[in-house]
Design a protein around this ligand. Structure first.
Ligand SMILES: [Zn+2]
Ligand SMILES: [Zn+2]
Length: 119
């Protein structure tokens, strides 16, 4: 049975109680031995792209990234994918490419304009 350590981080064992400075962004955690919380510092990882230390990270292909960089990457990947499809299409079926291209261009331009785009 896990030992209940209350409002303490199960990793660094510091207090995560209100006023401790580690209250915000703590999450309940249980590692099998200890039952308590994880503090924001123990939760956080450094983004390998921008260097920001954040609890809101994702690991993809074993690369740790903050959400903003991960989103930017996904956005760029979809742009590459669309780009690749369009360039293949222009080689295989120029007429179809010509009719589709302006629509994709419109979509990509719209996204770039209305979001931060690739960050
Ligand atoms: Zn901690
Ligand atoms: Zn980042």
């Amino acid at each position: 049975m896990a030992i209940d350590i209350g409002e303490h981080c199960i990793d660094c064992r510091r207090s995560v109680a209100f006023g401790s400075g580690l209250f915000v962004n703590r999450i309940p955690a249980d590692n099998g031995d200890l039952d308590g919380y994880l503090c924001v510092e123990c939760l956080s990882e450094e983004c390998e792209t921008c260097g920001e230390i954040t609890p809101e990270w994702t690991a993809r292909n074993e690369i740790v990234q903050c959400e903003a960089c991960a989103d930017g990457e996904t956005f760029r990947e979809s742009q590459y994918a669309i780009d690749a499809v369009l360039s293949r299409l222009s080689a295989q079926n120029p007429a179809l490419h010509a009719s589709i291209y302006p629509h994709w261009k419109f979509v990509i331009d719209w996204i770039n304009e209305h979001t931060d785009g690739p960050r």
